[in-house]
Design a protein around this ligand. Structure first.
Ligand code: 4AD
Ligand code: MG
Length: 463
């Protein structure tokens, strides 16, 4: 007899079939004639209702052990359920309790907890309905990412986590140390030379795999990364993490238009695929978390994204009768409130903003003919703001060298990056999608710390 997953049993199980299920008790309801136990195994939102009859061996002892949170294996027979809202239930023949959960101390009782509280028990919160749904959707998103690129012949490449370069030039780097901290007086941090950390060299946790992805694109054509990235920005917002996952496609023989087309097709594919894979979970988010979740998905899939230049965006913002907290003027970066205004209120769909001023973008972006703007693109989404950042890259050696000089970037540290422009250079482009931002977008979860199992952010590192 096979051990079944509850999602599968609820979908296809037939009365009379014998099954074994393994999971955790959600609730127990003791009646005179029998006891109902709701068991969840993480495979779906729904619980399987297990019916325990008093003629079960050790009935009384088992009931005492079967509290919320206990782990259990039930062997039994599927029967039609007389109860409303469920087709079948499981009549238990044997019940084995693996681990009890003391009702006096186990915190995940029936009452609802705030997300703030649940964040402090990240080792248990995955057993709740909301986080169960979040992490199933997260998994479906990840599968959709690979499916999208693999179907299009992109090579999945693995870029280093420990790196010597600051791709974004924003100075938001975590330092990596190989020093033997056991032999250092930790109170005297001045004794540590952070510029010589990594076996005598300077090293950081990567902020982006882009520069390495460019190397690989110039050999394989189309590639993508999907891995963790790190930013030491001390921002306590609902959209920033110190450790987040990023997907970065990079395409040789590609310009900004091709880049925008890929970004749009990519987001549409992710939404479509997750709608297919996790309809019940998305329904749950729509009912319980944010009632625009399904409409948003529909909007993404069925509408063409708006495409405007930064200069047009500034004009639209200046023209609007909204008062913004942050100033708007040509040359200043767009703040989250501006991004959300454009996507959420003005266009009511994702907006791709291109051709930002050079001064507010990274060194590697391709300079436009006007000498002031670069071939940048940001995809702005309702609710979350910037979800994708990308650009066509500067493939011309002389212009790149001038730009690096102006920004005082040492060419000796990026000699290999310059080499790519010396040997077989080609127009190329790519972007980075913040994985947690897309999961946030899809689920309607307000805080980014609630869409990654173990969030790393200021004041958030217990394990
Ligand atoms: O716009 P960013 O900084 O772009 C890059 O890193 C480029 N090298 C990407 C490329 O062209 N290959 O970051 C890309 C995306 C952002 O649009 C955002 O969705 C996400 O990464 N992101 C963050 N997500 C969570 N927490 C943070 N601290 C994030 N910083 C950026
Ligand atoms: Mg950006």
């Amino acid at each position: 007899m096979a051990t079944g997953r509850i999602a599968e049993i609820l979908r296809t199980g037939k009365p009379g079939e014998a099954v074994t299920v393994q999971g955790w008790v959600r609730t127990k309801r003791e009646l005179k004639e029998f006891t109902f136990v709701e068991v969840n195994d993480g495979s779906c939102m729904a619980n399987l209702q297990v019916v325990l009859n008093p003629d079960l061996t050790d009935y009384a002892a088992i009931l005492r052990q079967l509290n919320t949170g206990a782990s259990v294996e039930v062997v039994g027979e599927i029967v039609s359920s007389p109860a409303k809202g469920q087709r079948i239930e499981l009549k238990a023949d044997t019940v084995q309790v693996y681990g009890e959960a003391d009702p006096q101390t186990y915190v995940l009782q029936k009452k609802r907890h705030s997300f703030e509280f649940l964040r402090t028990i990240a080792h248990l919160r995955s057993r709740t309905n909301t986080y169960g749904a979040v992490f199933r959707v997260r998994n479906a998103c990840a599968a959709a990412v690979h499916q999208f690129f693999q179907e299009r012949g992109f090579l999945w490449i693995h870029t280093p986590i420990i790196t010597a370069s600051d791709c974004e030039g924003a100075g938001e780097l975590f330092s990596v140390t190989s020093l033997d901290l056991n032999n250092l007086p930790l109170t005297d941090t001045k004794a540590i030379d952070f510029s010589q950390d990594f076996f005598g060299k300077r090293a950081f946790l990567t902020v982006s795999g882009q520069l390495e992805a460019e190397i690989m694109a110039l050999a394989f054509g189309n590639v993508y990364t999907f891995g963790p990235t790190f930013r030491a920005e001390n921002s306590n917002t609902s959209r920033h993490l110190a450790e987040f996952w990023m997907i970065e496609p990079e395409m040789a023989f590609c310009d900004l238009d091709g880049n925008m087309d890929l970004a749009e097709a990519f987001l549409k594919h992710i939404f479509k695929s997750v709608l297919e894979q996790c309809p019940e979970d998305l329904e749950f988010f729509n009912q319980r978390i944010d009632n625009s979740v399904l409409a948003t998905a529909d909007n993404i899939i069925n509408n063409e994204f708006e495409r405007i230049t930064y200069t047009e965006a500034i004009a639209l913002l200046e023209k609007s009768d909204r008062t913004f907290e942050y100033p708007v003027s040509w040359g200043l970066d767009l703040q989250s409130e501006h991004e959300r205004y454009l996507a959420e209120e003005l266009f009511k769909k994702p907006v791709i903003v291109t051709d930002y001023p050079q001064e507010i973008k990274a060194f590697y972006m391709r300079q436009n003919e006007d000498g002031k703007t670069v071939r940048a693109m940001d995809v702005l989404a309702p609710k979350v703001g910037e979800i994708i950042g990308g650009s066509q890259r500067e493939e011309r050696l002389d212009i790149l060298q001038k730009r690096m000089e102006a920004l005082q970037i040492n060419p000796d540290e990026l000699w290999w990056y310059l080499d790519l422009r010396r040997y077989g250079t080609v127009p190329h482009a790519g972007f980075g999608l913040g994985f947690e931002r897309v999961v946030q977008f899809m689920t309607g979860m307000a805080n980014i710390r609630d869409v990654i199992p173990f969030p790393r952010a200021p004041q958030t590192i217990d394990f």
